[in-house]
Design a protein around this ligand. Sequence first.
Ligand code: ATP
Ligand code: ATP
Ligand code: MG
Ligand code: MG
Ligand code: MG
Ligand code: MG
Length: 267
Amino acid sequence: MAKSKYEYVKEFETDDRLLRNVYILVRIDGKGFHKFSAAHQFHKPNDVLALSLMNHAARCVMHELDDILLAFGESDEYSFLFRRSTDLYERRQAKIVSTVVSLFTSAYVYYWRDYFPDKNRPLYPPIFDGRAILYPSEAEVKDYFAWRQADTHINNLYNTSFWALVENGGLTPKAAENRLSGTDSKAKNEMLFTEFNTNYSKLPAIFRKGSVLLRESVPKDQDKNAIIPILPETLPGSTSATAVPQLTPGQTSSGPQLSTVTEPSSS
Ligand code: ATP
Ligand code: ATP
Ligand code: MG
Ligand code: MG
Ligand code: MG
Ligand code: MG
């Protein structure tokens, strides 16, 4: 068929294919989740159901996109590592990033009620942004995840101390901020222990270290429906653990499958 006279506009599209043979990392982050978490009364400093919903949405992304090897989540963010050789969408950046963000966001809303049954649906549509970063070797990839996990630790120690001062210590948010200003990790640990009877290192690992989703190979002769069960993320002391609905196996049933959320090995 002859080209229409309008078709030249297609030539304005730019080629955004990412460099070959390097790791593609996509990180998504919630927009304005400081406000979103307050509006939906997330438990402070950590709402375990909100984290579980993030994990569920990330699992959906990994089920859809086979080339994601590993994902790490904390707070309102998730990082997805693609295999070096991926040829997903011919490595077109916009296609890759927008698909991850779109699926993550729709899954977050789609499964919302399974985690917040008394909050029928979010009060307003949540927004996530996304970016792709290229890493040439495993060394940078390892450091990337170490960086995100260090961030989890620093933020969580601060937030745990802050909310202890506000909720149990009776300080105003401003006073709590002043009290913590300039304190190092040791001082915060000490304060939690002596003033609030809290052993920081005994808090649930999901709060201190974040969540990891790992794709594991399942032997071909295994039952094709035998996906590794996705366990409810029951945490010690959590009274409101909700069973995570089972996800159906991806189309490539004998291919790699997802394991459940696991704890990173070191702090
Ligand atoms: P931006 O749009 O720049 O990302 P933001 O408000 O989302 O702004 P972040 O730095 O991304 O800021 O921080 C996320 C915020 O969401 C933090 O304030 C954190 O306390 C809150 N939050 C995210 N997840 C949870 C959770 N599971 N429980 C409690 N609070 C949460
Ligand atoms: P790709 O992932 O490459 O975009 P696609 O299947 O989405 O593949 P498109 O070229 O985007 O292919 O075409 C969209 C398809 O969705 C068409 O087949 C169209 O018939 C169907 N479709 C979209 N909207 C409607 C609608 N409102 N009613 C009926 N069919 C629709
Ligand atoms: Mg941000
Ligand atoms: Mg955010
Ligand atoms: Mg964030
Ligand atoms: Mg389409």
